[in-house]
Design a protein around this ligand. Structure first.
Ligand SMILES: [Zn+2]
Ligand SMILES: [Zn+2]
Length: 556
């Protein structure tokens, strides 16, 4: 029976390009998941969009002497290009600047206000006497009161992940002029998170299928007690508070960005021509997954669920498979120090599948993992090319030459052949189970082990030699190998969509891998193959040095 799967993906700030940390953490996993479910024949909706509001955008605009709208337009387009280049298959990638998003955000704000879950209060806000302005979030910096790391922003600590109230910062200063701010009263709206403690606790305790790190982090925070949170800011760039007398105040970017999951679904429904269709992904039998980095866990396991509980009639998250971080060449990624591999740079030089392969093999599912260019070249050459690409190429070129460009007619399968075909079938079943539960790294390992097994099978059968004495035995072995390639095309499709689709065509199939379904599809004998071409190419060792120098390694 087909299932309905909603996939919400973290909203990237439109204040800079995407880097590999973003991709490994939050963007590649949901794409693998969506492609797998679509191939299974399930109904999938995967949405996200660029986060266009808040202080990251205004700070970037001030730094570059541009308007915030110019910044967000520029990066939104760049995101769209990146998704296309890397094959991240959103059903809709919108942005938080749409009238639809403002409308849905206002509805949620006003409904929660009406039900008493939002209230008005004054709070001390940092005010810079020199700049003569309030300093929301990233306009104030200081030392984290929890882990004592310096340069911590006024909204969240990047080091320990704790949300921060600017008044808690040690030695706070204005980011623009370094002056010590004064704290002044400012009237704001608060979300009554504390009112949801018992309901959240009861709900979270049932989520035994969550990843351990996500569950532990959420429980720890719940046990420390939930504080009400300000959901408006003294900032002009954003969604205005929908009430009179609050000029110059906007909804806090965190409050409205999570609403984007719902507003994007409504936008998708409207453009599909059936405005009510959004309900099929938010009410009733549907599983909602939220793919994010670990710095976003609380917003998706506590705050957004509480907002949904308060609003009512909408599904809570089913799973929040947050990933840990990716380090680069053994060091913590830092955009300010340019210690990052930028996705647009990568895509301008290399193919998408080798990166998807490496990040899947090395996905930070249970702990931080590292990206290095040496590893990239090694895995491409020794695994993608040597184990898989060469297998495909040597089988297809030989069959193409020796069997008139068609899938050969097999004879009877001996036990070795049957065992390999059984393993292919088992691999799809095992991967089905693993992918369903978001164990991506292990799933890909199963597929690659099938490729290794097939290489061993061919070494033993050596159909290239036996063809001279026993053409039927050779045809049978090659037919078995081609059937396993057909299996690998499906099994690796969620991870390597570009090369899988090419292999699909080389094998003589039409349409798409996705439409062919999650099954072992034996290519019919006599099916016409396309002239073979290598799926991947070897990378030169020299690029390790070259890329290292781009990271600034040469100077250290
Ligand atoms: Zn200042
Ligand atoms: Zn900290």
């Amino acid at each position: 029976m087909s299932e309905r799967i909603f996939i919400g993906v973290a909203w990237p700030y439109a204040d800079g390009p995407l880097h590999l940390g973003h991709i490994a953490g939050a963007y590649l996993p949901p794409d693998i998941f969506a492609r797998y479910h679509r191939t299974k024949g399930n109904e999938v909706l995967m949405v996200s969009g660029s986060d266009q509001h808040g202080t990251p955008i205004t700070i970037k605009a001030e730094q570059e002497g541009k308007k915030p709208s110019q910044i967000v337009t520029q990066y939104h387009q760049q995101f769209l290009d990146s998704w296309q280049g890397l094959g991240i298959s959103f059903d809709l990638f919108t942005n938080t600047g749409t009238a639809n998003h403002a409308e849905v955000s206002h509805d949620i704000f006003l409904t929660l206000l009406d039900r008493g879950y939002i209230y008005k209060s004054t709070m001390l806000q940092p005010f810079c006497p020199r700049c003569r302005r309030f300093l929301p979030d990233r306009y104030i910096e200081g030392t984290c009161p929890y882990c004592y790391s310096s340069g911590t922003r006024g909204d969240q600590c990047d080091e320990c992940g704790k949300p921060i109230n600017p008044a808690e910062l040690i030695e706070p200063h204005c980011r623009l002029c370094a002056t010590t701010p004064q704290f002044k009263d400012s009237e704001h709206f608060f979300f009554r998170l504390s009112a949801f403690r018992d309901r959240l606790l009861a709900w979270v305790k049932q989520q035994t299928h969550w990843r351990q790190n996500v569950l532990n982090f959420t429980m720890r925070y719940l046990e420390e007690g939930l504080k009400d949170r300000a959901i408006t800011r003294d900032i002009a760039w954003g969604i205005p508070v929908p009430l009179d007398g609050f000029d110059g105040k906007c909804l806090y970017v965190w409050f409205e960005a999570v609403i984007g999951y719902l507003s994007a679904t409504k936008e998708w429904a409207k453009s599909s021509g059936d405005e009510e269709r959004w309900r099929s992904f938010w009410q009733g039998e549907v599983k909602s997954y939220y793919f994010i980095g670990k710095d976003n866990i609380l917003f998706h396991t506590l705050i957004w669920p509480a907002m949904l509980m308060g609003y009512g009639d909408l599904n809570l998250p089913y799973d929040v498979p947050a990933n840990e971080f990716l380090t680069i060449e053994g060091k913590r990624l830092s955009t300010s120090r340019n210690w990052a591999v930028w996705l647009p740079d990568y895509l301008s030089r290399y193919d998408p599948d080798p990166l998807r392969y490496l990040l899947s093999a090395n996905m930070p599912e249970t702990g931080d993992t590292d990206f290095s260019w040496r590893e990239f070249v090694r895995r491409n050459n020794d695994e993608l090319v040597a184990t898989y690409g060469n297998l495909v190429h040597r089988v297809l070129t030989f069959v193409y030459r020796s069997f008139d460009g068609c899938v050969p007619m097999p004879g009877e399968f001996d036990s070795h052949s049957q065992a390999l075909l059984d393993k292919a079938k088992d691999t799809l079943d095992t991967m089905d189970e693993l992918l369903y539960h978001c164990h991506f790294r292990e799933a890909m390992r199963s597929a690659m082990s099938l490729a290794q097994e097939t290489n061993r099978y061919l070494d033993e059968k050596s159909p290239w030699k036996t063809i001279k004495q026993d053409r039927q035995a050779s045809a049978t072995a090659l037919y078995v190998a081609i059937s396993v390639l057909s299996c690998l095309r499906t099994a690796l499709y969620p991870f390597l969509p570009f090369s899988s689709q090419r292999l699909h065509q080389l094998l003589g199939f039409t349409g798409s891998v996705e439409d062919d379904g999650w099954r072992l599809h034996f290519p019919p004998p006599g099916q016409k193959l396309l002239p073979p071409q290598p799926l991947f190419s070897k990378l030169d060792e020299g690029l390790v040095e070259e890329e290292a120098s781009r990271l600034g390694l040469a100077n250290t």
